[in-house]
Design a protein around this ligand. Structure first.
Ligand SMILES: Nc1ncnc2c1ncn2[C@@H]1O[C@H](COP(=O)(O)OP(=O)(O)O)[C@@H](O)[C@H]1O
Ligand SMILES: [Mg+2]
Length: 231
């Protein structure tokens, strides 16, 4: 579904990603791991078209994304849940969900019912302002907002960051359900190793802007995990 080749990305003079390659097939959760500052968010923003790569290729459903704006990428079926959630605090839950549809020029009248099957809690607070939700509820809202447009590729940037354990389990169950449906590809940026190990089919580990390890988390040595992931 998503393939990245030799991606190099810089902020001004400072290069942050170095020849990064990865692949995310449909029906799988691929996890991108690594400590703070190694370039994980930069990679997701590059896929979304929010940053312009210096070199390299990103293809989605076998078509190059390079020339497309981030709006167009969303319309082609890429959903993005940014780090820190970035919901609109002064808008209600329902308005936040509608934003996902408006961004794609879709009618806003109905939020698909299956969204509320995945997130029953949100249905009971449709008219509450986003800013009044707990961190975990905001994270669920951010995921729901990305799902209303039925993306084929979902990019999730540290969805467990700062979230209480009970909600982490709910988010895990939702990602598991999306994966089991089989038609979506999920690229999950995550630092919480147990969460990643329960969900990921394949893991890429980054260090200073390069992929340094790749495979199944269970096959990686404790020494490597300590070296690249421990704080
Ligand atoms: N807007 C920016 N301008 C300049 N440098 C940035 C910017 N955003 C991130 N960086 C730098 O790029 C590197 C990678 O950041 P980021 O992709 O956010 O890492 P991660 O998501 O893995 O924590 C860091 O060194 C960070 O300081
Ligand atoms: Mg980040």
């Amino acid at each position: 579904m998503l393939t990245i080749h030799d991606l190099c990305v810089s902020y001004g003079e400072s290069q942050v990603l170095w020849d990064v390659g990865l692949h995310v097939p449909a029906g799988q959760v691929v996890c991108l791991m690594g400590r703070n500052g190694v370039g994980k968010t930069t990679l997701l923003k590059s896929v979304m078209g929010l940053l312009k790569p210096r070199t390299g290729a990103i293809t989605f459903r076998d078509r190059p994304l390079t020339a497309l704006s981030s709006d167009r990428r969303a319309r082609q079926g890429i959903g993005y849940v940014p780090q820190g959630r970035e919901i609109f605090p002064d808008m209600t839950v329902l308005e936040n969900l509608r934003i996902g549809l408006i961004a794609q020029g879709l009618p806003t009248a109905t939020i698909p019912d299956d969204i509320f099957e995945l997130f029953p809690g949100l249905q009971t607070m449709l008219h509450r302002k986003g800013g009044y939700l707990s961190g975990g509820q905001q994270q669920q809202l951010a995921i729901a907002r990305a799902l209303v447009t039925r993306p084929q590729l979902l990019l999730l940037d540290e969805p467990t960051e700062g979230i209480q354990p009970s909600i982490i389990l709910e988010i895990e169950a939702i990602i598991q359900r999306l994966k089991e449906a089989g038609n979506m590809a999920i690229l999950l940026v995550e630092q919480y190793v147990e969460f990643a190990s329960r969900l990921a089919d394949h893991v890429f580990v980054m260090e200073q802007g390069s992929i340094v390890l790749e495979g199944k988390l269970d096959d990686m040595s404790d020494a490597d995990l300590q070296r690249y992931l421990a704080f």
